[in-house]
Design a protein around this ligand. Structure first.
Ligand code: DHB
Ligand code: MG
Length: 227
């Protein structure tokens, strides 16, 4: 069976998992729909992936989460709900129009008070956080423009502590990640990011492929080993 023949089955299974496992409330559904309504790139995580991020956040007891790439705030809602009322999510978005849509979605989800949405190029916002010496984050989710992934990882390392998790979205890209000669600068950004994860003595890392309603893609996950 080719990748293309199997895609509809991947979607069916995701849909089944969502029915049986995932309680997407009106705020999450509206967040996803708002992204379509306003023609944002269809890059928010699937419901079961959002739930996965929430579970990881709870599993490590994360109180401080950093998200790079907000879009309409769909994954932000999952993360904010997982940190709880005493937790905090800082999320970074370059597009003011997307940020405005996200703010409304976060308000509707009842999580505005735990989310700090910072508008501007994420590398600038990250440099500001590093300069201010903010308390380390317990979990970082990197899900923005892929060519900047290496810079995002460097910043994430400066903003975490021993035991923090760093998660990267979209590390498979329909398998193109395995093509060293790819001309796509997003693929090359992900390849450099993975090479850094694999070779940096400060990190233990792996990556997993996923299939589903978002096609064939995957997550990288790393634990910070050093203080
Ligand atoms: C792309 C980015 C994403 O975050 C995603 O989930 C899917 C695709 C992209 O830049 O192509
Ligand atoms: Mg993504």
């Amino acid at each position: 069976m080719s990748v293309y023949e199997s895609t509809s089955m991947w979607k069916e299974v995701d849909s089944y998992f969502s029915q049986v496992l995932i309680a997407e409330d009106d705020a999450l559904i509206t967040a996803r729909e708002s992204a379509r309504l306003h023609h944002l790139p269809p890059h928010e995580v699937a419901a079961n992936q959002g739930a996965f991020l929430g579970l990881l956040t709870r599993a490590v007891g994360a109180r401080r989460v950093l998200e790079i790439g907000t879009l309409a705030g769909y994954s932000t809602i999952w993360l904010a709900r997982a940190v709880g009322d005493n937790g905090h999510v800082t999320t970074l978005e370059v597009e003011p129009q997307y940020a405005a849509i996200a703010q409304e979605n976060l308000r509707r989800a009842g999580v505005s008070q735990v989310v700090d949405l910072r508008v501007g190029p994420a590398l600038n916002s990250l440099a500001t956080l590093v300069r201010k010496g903010v308390e380390p984050f317990d979990l970082v989710f990197i899900d923005a423009d892929k060519p900047n992934n290496p810079g995002y990882l460097e910043a994430a390392l400066a903003l975490t502590r021993r035991g923090s998790l760093i998660i990267g979205d979209n590390v498979v890209r329909d398998g193109e990640v395995a093509d060293a000669a790819s001309q796509d600068d997003r693929v090359q950004g992900v390849r450099t990011f993975l090479a850094m994860l694999g070779s940096d003595p400060r990190l233990d890392a792996t990556a997993l492929q996923t299939v589903g309603s978002k096609g064939w893609d995957g997550f990288a996950i790393a634990v910070v080993r050093t203080p």
